[in-house]
Design a protein around this ligand. Sequence first.
Ligand SMILES: Cc1cc2nc3c(=O)[nH]c(=O)nc-3n(C[C@H](O)[C@H](O)[C@H](O)COP(=O)(O)OP(=O)(O)OC[C@H]3O[C@@H](n4cnc5c(N)ncnc54)[C@H](O)[C@@H]3O)c2cc1C
Length: 432
Amino acid sequence: MMPFEQSNYWLTTTAMPAGTPGEVPASADVAVIGAGFTGLAAARALGKRGARVVVLESNTIGWGASSRNGGMVLTGLKLSPKTLAERYGLDMARQMYAGSLSAIDLVEQIVREESIDCDFSRCGHLEVASKQSHFDSYARAVEFLASEFRHQRKIIPRHALKEEIGSSLYFGGILDETSAGANPARYLAGLARAALGRGAVIYENAAVRQIERTTRGTDRGFAVHTDRGSLFVRDVLVGTSGYTKAVTQDLQKKVIPIGSFIITTERLPDSVAHELSPRNRMIFDSKHFLHYYRLTPDNRMLFGGRAAFFPETKHTIASSARILGRAMVEVFPQLRNTPIAYAWGGTLDFCFDTMPHAGVIDGLHFALGYAGHGVAMATYLGSKMAERILGSREEIPYASIPFPGMPLGRYNGRPWFLAFAGAYYKVLDWIS
Ligand SMILES: Cc1cc2nc3c(=O)[nH]c(=O)nc-3n(C[C@H](O)[C@H](O)[C@H](O)COP(=O)(O)OP(=O)(O)OC[C@H]3O[C@@H](n4cnc5c(N)ncnc54)[C@H](O)[C@@H]3O)c2cc1C
């Protein structure tokens, strides 16, 4: 394999706005921890309503998963509608599914309202069947979604798949034309500018080290201690997802950080790009250890997967790039001689029930657990939690379900069991 840069391609397409200089202010209404989609969507919504909001970020704006992802803005959650209905009942499952659709609408609305130039487009997503048995299950799934959730998807039989994808590897597909695609780093930068424009301040290199309950006069709130000073706030919103640390330990114990990795090729000639993805869909396959891929707006093939399971390091990125490069050529032999230009990794946030969660823990508001569906859902739950902080009593389906920790044994946020989980999913892909 040719040498490639270990860096995030999306960051070459935009500049993040500068953070706020100086020490954090002595007080504010709300401290938001994390400058990703969750934190910045919340900061924008809070700022819009006149709240004094301070965003505290350990690294730089958009440093986390929000600038590193595939930019797929997908309908539904990680769990299938059928599983949601079996687990939570049909009514609640419908609310959850509807929430995923509202989340995409919200991204679209923010992009329009804030004039964010991020190539947002309702290009649709395509799930491709890696096995005949997977394709055989599609008809029932599509029917269930249509009859019980009033959401239409379309079955693409194997013989018609070439109109959707230039690969002969798959047994057919499901198309959902409501899903969208975007350049996540440009969207993130736009969201940060929007939050700043609504009066929020964003402090970079301001890791939150300690949070204490305290009072100031008659006001009850929190003293938040950061690398750039301390402040008193009435409310805190934690938006740290896969990067949640021991400073919010009870939350950290409920999140499993899982690595996901992406490569992008050099720019492809228009004719090749068109052959690989004639309708420019957001594509993923039906395996547990799945691959997801799409064209970038400048015609690179972006190809991702959970190649290593462990979070990103120089080593896991290098080995994942090799694994993903081979997998990409299996899907698209046309790319056999196309150099890989960039490879990077990021950390996904899975909860033990594979569901997003929002609510209050130890007095702190939070939203996380997006399980690879965070572009839209983090925007949505960040905005919804901001409204909650401002007094809204609107029901949020993901806030009223049980939030389980590790089913057996003790867990301190270091996922020792991932190696076993990785092997388990590989076996499942082999036998199912
Ligand atoms: C490789 C990859 C591909 C993905 N692809 C997709 C996709 O195509 N579609 C999709 O919908 N989702 C995808 N996701 C998931 C999606 O990117 C995330 O769910 C989403 O970005 C989470 O946003 P967030 O704001 O909650 O967290 P992040 O963007 O991860 O931000 C959390 C921030 O919190 C900061 N932080 C942590 N602790 C502290 C502290 N103590 N003090 C201050 N700051 C702190 C971190 O520095 C970080 O910047 C992908 C994720 C990865 C990693």
